[in-house]
Write a protein that binds this ligand. Sequence first.
Ligand code: ADP
Length: 467
Amino acid sequence: MELSYQSIRTANQAREADEMRTESRRRNLLILIFHHLMEAGYMDAASALEQDTNVCFRRFEVCDNIDLDTVLMEYESYYFIKFQRYPKLTKKLPEPVESRHARSCGKKRVPCTGVQPLPRINSSHRPPSRGGVKKTKPKMVVKDAIKAVGENGGRSSPPEPTEFGLNVSPIIRNGAGEGQMKKGQLIDCRGLIQDASNSLSEPMEPLLKPLSAFIGMNSEMRDLAAVISRDIYLQNPAVRWDDIIGLQAAKRLVKEAVVYPIKYPQLFTGILSPWKGLLLYGPPGTGKTLLAKAVATECNTTFFNISASSIVSKWRGDSEKLVRVLFELARYHAPSTIFLDELESVMSQRGTGGGGEHEGSRRMKTELLVQMDGLARSDDLVFVLAASNLPWELDHAMLRRLEKRIMVGLPSGNARQAMVSHWLPPLSCTGGVELRTELAYEMIAQATEGYSGSDIRLVCKEAAMRP
Ligand code: ADP
């Protein structure tokens, strides 16, 4: 009786100690994450973590110079020694169809909301089961692992990535395994190079630097910066050069003016220093906005999309400050492209209109000119692209600063034909509907002389809607 009581007590104590260790590991992980966020300057995210978990992390300190970076590095070296290659820690999930569609339509990316808030830490908490996610691969249990080792002749093979993209390796005590690093053995870097080139070949979306590191600004400016990041900054315009039909000359000029200076900066110095301001002008609907977006996509620059409505009406009185913060932010996130759409409505000639111009609007225009001058004097990779349908209405001082002007004209006959066959191909499948089109493309191209790209798209849409 005495003995069994003793054994129950011991088992209980062991279980309690185990639970405490798990609890403390969980808490430590959160503290490390908090510390990492603070170090990287993601202050808002760190505060949100504190709020979500209801723990004041500021009361804790990370000891022994440890941080998430070090932990990850050590895990990588452990993995390298064990499997002679570096672990693949994350992988990109296939994009859902709707978001791909939204992006191809040029819609703004909505922030991912699928992330659940972190669970509050308390002793009764158990991690929620992933009810919604169907596991495709069952967890590898020790028995399977031992079997796998047996089949591999003692060599433990790298585990398959799980559906969450994390390589979770079962730890197998395999003292004599071939996979283990021998003393003095040279590390083969091929795996490392392979991994690095694999990750480079995958186009990555640029990480926007945390705003909290945007120093030298007071809180009002920071608020404006947050507004710009939310409303004006466009994460990925997703327009490729090939999406633009025709406009070969305009594409070549834009590439020369913006793309090459970013790719080969050593060539563009002195008199060859890149153009700071570019004006795309021509009739409406000819692809000026598409060209600007293609620059941002192909060069992977941070893209700020400004229109008259976003800077003039929304923050009346604040427009001047907004312009200043916008340029500061563009420098901070360089290389960046500031795209001013419908420039004539932001920068019409000053002093015209019988002196009825709003004081705030005049101040905003002056600020824009001053900021563009500042850009011209600096080496920052910030490009101002402007589009206008009415270039003769632009302020002369602004025109002077837009050094390079590119005419984006109406599409040629060949381009019109390519557009019609792009939007109404001989056999197309539109949203699950099969469209059988038998068109005299050449004849349509002739009949649509004087149409813009946008007009031709509308004609095609109208025709497709008819049946
Ligand atoms: P704007 O010159 O007024 O800025 P946009 O670039 O916004 O014109 O073009 C409006 C729409 O017209 C685009 O979304 C696109 O569907 C179509 N479009 C116009 N020109 C072209 C082109 N060259 N290639 C492909 N689509 C075009």
